[in-house]
Ligand binder design. Structure first.
Ligand SMILES: [Zn+2]
Ligand SMILES: [Zn+2]
Length: 345
């Protein structure tokens, strides 16, 4: 591991977004910024790896409704605790943890009280509303970081923290649960989230149909055991019981409804999607359900990491250095990543 900044100084290297712009303009600026100081319930994590997520692209390109600037993106962070605030009692210096997208919730709003903290009115999100992990250090509340199963290396674990957890929640909301033998699942888009979700779905006994335009992604889906692989408008031989769309293209909702069985559920796994064209009611009729997936609860994360270690999930990774973060995000935008991109810090 190499750090160009002096560990005795109060500065760290970080990829800073100062104004939103298309990723082709390489808007992340590698700069020296102050190392955050953990107070109260926070821990300071020395970052070793940070997974790249499509949501980072939406943040950087200004596609989300709120955006705080400047910001350090990145929300699939693995690292070691280097300092703790004076109110942290459950964690100690030296512990390996994961810092996820769900940075903090309020615990008081009606959603938090109802066990739906993923919908918290006052939630903070890593790498979107508070600084994230494309940096040498990040701070996070101790109650919101995850212990990482021993079986995974830092680089293996990073893509599990959003692609994995959100994919897991998407599976559950699409009707694929712990026991789903023979249930037919369609995945539209086969990037980081898709290549993890297929492993969980197959572990639970589901048959997976992968829809993706990119030939490398098609090949990976086949290798991971999809029973059928096709382009996004190709017709599978059977109707599907559950479908998840990971790609941010609203027109896929229509495409997916055309192959969704009666009573089936279509879950939309992304935080942003282009407009959905008008839907002919006959496509929705017969009790088909279309629903979005918003964030995750801490319990989703704990449940997923347990299942991930049981399987165990194997992530395919393309590794980039911190200085190459713009390059990694450009590759993601153009479907040029096989599996998940991970920044090694
Ligand atoms: Zn809340
Ligand atoms: Zn994400």
């Amino acid at each position: 591991m190499s750090f160009s900044s002096d560990s005795m100084s109060n500065l760290m290297k970080a990829c800073v977004l100062r104004s939103t712009a298309p990723i082709e303009q390489n808007p992340l600026d590698l700069a020296d910024v102050p190392i955050p100081q953990p107070t109260g319930n926070q821990v300071l994590v020395r970052v070793s790896a940070c997974g790249v997520c499509r949501t980072d692209l939406h943040v950087i390109e200004g596609e989300l409704s709120r955006q705080i600037l400047p910001i350090i993106p990145g929300h699939q962070i693995i690292g070691e605790i280097e300092k703790i605030g004076d109110q942290v009692t459950n964690l100690e210096v030296g512990r390996r943890v994961g810092v996820p997208w769900l940075h903090q919730t309020c615990g008081r709003c009606e959603y938090c009280r109802a066990g739906k903290e993923n919908l918290c009115e006052n939630a903070l999100f890593t790498g979107w509303t508070v600084n994230g992990g494309y940096a040498e250090y990040v701070s996070a509340p101790g109650d919101f970081v995850y212990p990482i199963p021993e079986i995974f290396s830092d680089l293996e674990a990073a893509p599990l923290l959003c692609a994995g957890i959100i994919g897991f929640r998407s599976l559950r909301l699409s009707g694929i649960t712990g026991r789903s033998p023979g249930r037919r699942l369609g995945l539209f888009g086969f990037g980081a989230a898709g290549h993890v979700a297929i492993q969980v779905a197959r572990y639970w006994g589901a048959d997976v149909y992968a829809f993706t335009r990119d030939s490398r992604h098609q090949q990976l889906a086949g290798e991971l055991g999809a029973v059928w692989v096709g382009g996004s408008t190709d017709l599978p031989p059977v109707k599907l019981d559950s479908i998840i769309i990971f790609a941010p293209a609203g027109e896929l909702v229509i495409t997916a409804l055309k192959v969704l069985n009666k009573g089936g559920t279509l879950a939309l796994g992304g935080i942003h999607m282009s407009p959905i064209p008008s839907i002919d009611y006959q496509l929705l009729y017969d009790e088909r359900v279309v629903r979005s997936v918003a964030n995750n609860t801490r319990q989703d994360g704990l449940d997923f990491l347990q299942v991930a270690a049981e399987i165990p999930i194997k992530t395919q990774r393309q590794i980039f250095d911190l200085v190459e973060t713009n390059t990694a995000l450009n590759a993601l935008k153009h479907d040029a990543v096989r599996g998940a991109a991970v920044i090694k810090v």
